[in-house]
Design a protein around this ligand. Structure first.
Ligand SMILES: [Zn+2]
Length: 223
C-alpha cells in the first residue's frame, strides 16, 4: 500500500467520517497530524491526550487548539514528570485511561503514536501507541483503519522528519504548514528556538497498521 500523497488516497479519510487522534501530550496532535486535520475539515475529529490535564499552562492551551481544529478534545493526567522516561507506566492503566477518555469506541480512522515513537525518545509516546494497538486488536476499540505516526530523527542526528517511504506521505501546502506552525508558536506559545517550533514538520507520514501486528511495510520496526 505504497500510497504517496493524500490526493491519491481519498479513502484515507472517508468524507464526513470520524477520526480519533490519540496522543501522549498536548502538542503531539499538532506536530505529527496537525496538517492532516487541517486538510480534512469534513472529518469529525476527536483528540485525546493522556497527560497534562493538571498542567495549568498547557491544558487551557490544548482546549484552544482543539477548538481551532473544530474537534472534540479530552485530557488525561498520567504521570509525565521530568523523569517519566525512566518510569514505564502500567500498560493496563494506559489502556483504561484511553477507554475512559474516548467518548466513543468506534471510528472510521484512528491515528496514534508509533510503537517506536517519533524521536529518540519519549517513553509515553511508545506506551500510547502500544496501548491503542492492543485495544484495537483485542476489539475494545474499533476502527476501519489505524495509522501510526511515521517520523524519525536518525537517532538524534537531526530533528524528527516524516518518513518518505511510509504508507502515507503528505507534503503540506505552505498555507497549511504556516497554520500548523502558528498553532505551535502562538497558541501553544513555544518559542521560535524551541524543539517543537524547529521540528514542526512540513510533511506528515503514517504507517497503516493491521491486526496481525505487521505494518505492511517492514520499515517501521527498524525505526
Ligand atoms: Zn509528546
Amino acid at each position: 500500500m505504497a500510497v504517496n500523497g493524500d490526493k491519491k488516497s481519498p479513502e484515507f479519510f472517508p468524507k464526513a467520517g470520524t477520526a480519533a487522534v490519540i496522543v501522549a501530550h498536548p502538542d503531539d496532535e499538532t506536530l505529527w497530524a496537525g496538517g492532516t486535520m487541517l486538510m480534512h475539515p469534513e472529518t469529525k475529529w476527536t483528540i485525546i491526550t493522556l497527560c497534562r490535564k493538571s498542567d495549568a499552562d498547557r491544558a487551557p492551551k490544548f482546549f484552544r487548539v482543539v477548538k481551532e481544529y473544530g474537534a472534540a478534545g479530552f485530557m488525561g493526567d498520567l504521570d509525565d514528570s521530568p523523569d517519566a522516561n525512566k518510569k514505564p507506566l502500567d500498560g493496563k492503566l494506559v489502556k483504561r485511561t484511553i477507554m475512559d477518555l474516548l467518548p466513543e469506541k468506534s471510528f472510521d480512522v484512528i491515528i496514534t503514536h508509533s510503537i517506536s515513537g517519533e524521536y529518540t525518545r519519549h517513553l509515553r509516546h511508545e506506551e500510547t501507541g502500544s496501548a491503542v494497538l492492543e485495544l484495537w486488536r483485542e476489539g475494545e476499540l474499533s476502527a476501519g483503519r489505524v495509522f501510526t505516526f511515521a517520523y524519525e530523527d536518525g537517532l538524534m542526528q537531526y530533528l524528527p522528519r516524516a518518513i518518505e517511504g511510509a504508507d502515507l506521505f503528505t507534503q503540506l501546502p505552505a498555507k497549511v504548514w504556516r497554520k500548523k506552525y502558528e498553532i505551535i508558536t502562538s497558541l501553544y506559545g513555544f518559542g521560535k528556538d524551541s524543539f517543537e517550533a524547529r521540528t514542526t514538520p512540513g510533511q506528515e507520514a503514517f504507517w497503516l497498521k493491521n491486526k496481525t501486528g505487521n505494518t505492511g511495510s517492514k520499515k517501521e520496526s527498524g525505526q
